[in-house]
Design a protein around this ligand. Structure first.
Ligand SMILES: *Cc1c(COP(=O)(O)O)cnc(C)c1O
Length: 409
């Protein structure tokens, strides 16, 4: 295969200042200069390799950024204190008052709230569209549109964006295609498919241990320099800087990302097949029944699978809540938002992570009350997990008795 993101991460070499196999963690907020002239040049952005002040950048943050840029195949990257701390500066850098954004309507609740409630105060308007309908996307573009925004696999409905087609549309209309790839690291490489800017919440799969928030913007050197510009760079001026200690711990976790993603995908695919066979309404991009299964397949780096996220619909919020509480009681995972943890995490998005989206809009986009979103964990014995989940569903009469499992010998 032509692009192997895990190789790109693994092929980077780092040496600590005493020959350590991990780079030293930078422990300074400010940096000395041997000459006053170099300090001036650095402020002007003309002294490559010089550090100025750690809100601008730090050695540890650059190391992590380098690994993420290698993974996404972009020139460079800028890490931030959270995923939202990556998304908001990108949009504010690309748009000014009077500009317009065309965005997928099924996006992360925080991003939706930012575009729906916050950016209109700056006279930046957004049209929310069904991103899977290219004609609808194109007809929403106006002469003021600057950005086409989507998630490669959307939260929480797992809609899949046809990034190649969207990038052609973006080029045709001179827009920047910004893709949030949080749900599908390694599996999908949006920049390789024509995206201009790729964003991640590092909080999720990439860090993978639910112990920190973090984010990244991957893009061209020119765009990342703009974000970091001391005079008018949104990342520099809005100040959502990652701490060096966190950057170094996320970098270390990234080295096992490929192994984790394969296991998340394997387990999620296994459960999705079982749930669907049991007659549950199941959404997983790896299922042939998924409306964008073929699109995902055409874009993916195949060995990492279709990802660790799936949803089932258990009919009502009461069913969803009862099932999640029982599954937690049975130690199948945690009733928690977020994703990418070693344990399975589940939540009902309508009343939690997507509660920023008004109820009538939730209905329109197919976000039903009984929807449970799963981030499937790294369980070594996923058959055992399935049996126990199945038992929970039977006990709550969520599965029909005639679907009752045969005793396994
Ligand atoms: C969690 C998430 C974000 C926001 O990231 P934070 O690290 O929580 O700020 C953005 N996009 C997607 C798809 C997410 O899942």
């Amino acid at each position: 295969m032509s692009f192997n993101p895990a190789n790109k991460i693994q092929d980077l070499q780092y040496f600590g200042e005493y020959g350590g196999v991990n780079p030293s963690i930078s422990d300074s907020s400010t940096y000395t200069f041997l000459s006053a002239k170099t300090m001036f040049d650095t402020f002007e952005g003309n002294a490559d390799g010089c550090y100025l002040y750690s809100r601008h950048t730090s050695p540890s943050n650059l190391y992590l950024g380098e690994a993420l840029a290698a993974m996404e195949g972009t020139e460079t990257a800028n890490v931030s204190a959270s995923g939202m701390g990556a998304i908001t500066p990108v949009l504010l850098q690309l748009c000014e008052a009077g500009d317009h954004i065309v965005s997928s309507r099924t996006i992360y609740g925080g991003t939706y709230a930012f575009l729906k409630n916050f950016t209109p105060r700056l006279n930046i308007e957004t049209s929310f569209v069904d991103i899977t309908k290219l004609d609808v996307v194109e007809s929403a573009i106006t002469k003021n549109t600057k950005v086409l925004y989507c998630e490669s696999v959307s939260n929480p409905l797992l809609e899949v964006a046809d990034i190649l087609a969207l990038s052609k549309l973006a080029k045709k209309h001179n827009l920047k295609l910004v893709v949030d790839n949080t749900f599908s690291p390694l599996s999908i490489s949006p920049a390789k498919l024509g995206a201009d800017i790729v964003i991640h919440s590092l909080t999720k799969f990439i860090n993978g241990s639910s112990d920190t928030v973090g984010g990244v913007v991957c893009g061209t050197q020119e765009f990342i320099d703009q974000l970091r510009n001391v005079n008018d760079g949104a990342s520099m001026l809005l100040g959502s800087t990652m701490d060096s200690l966190r950057a170094s711990s996320i970098l270390k976790n990234m080295r096992t990302l490929h192994i984790r993603m394969k296991q998340h995908s394997k387990n999620a695919h296994y459960l999705a097949n079982k749930f669907e066979a049991d007659g549950l309404k199941t959404v997983y991009p790896g299922l042939e029944s998924h409306p964008s299964h073929i699109t995902f397949k055409s874009m993916m780096n195949i060995e990492y699978g279709f990802g660790g996220m799936l949803t089932i619909d258990v009919g009502s919020l009461n069913n969803a809540n009862a099932l999640m509480e029982l599954m937690q009681h049975e130690n199948l995972g945690y009733l928690a938002v977020s994703l990418g943890f070693y344990k399975t995490l589940f939540s009902a998005p309508g009343s939690s992570t997507s509660s920023e989206i008004p109820e009538e809009e939730q209905i329109e986009m197919g976000l039903s009350d009984g929807l449970i979103r799963f981030s499937i964990g790294l369980d070594d014995d996923i058959e055992r997990t399935y049996q126990t989940m199945r038992k929970c569903m039977e006990d709550l009469n969520i599965l029909e008795p005639n679907n009752r499992l045969q005793e396994t010998v």
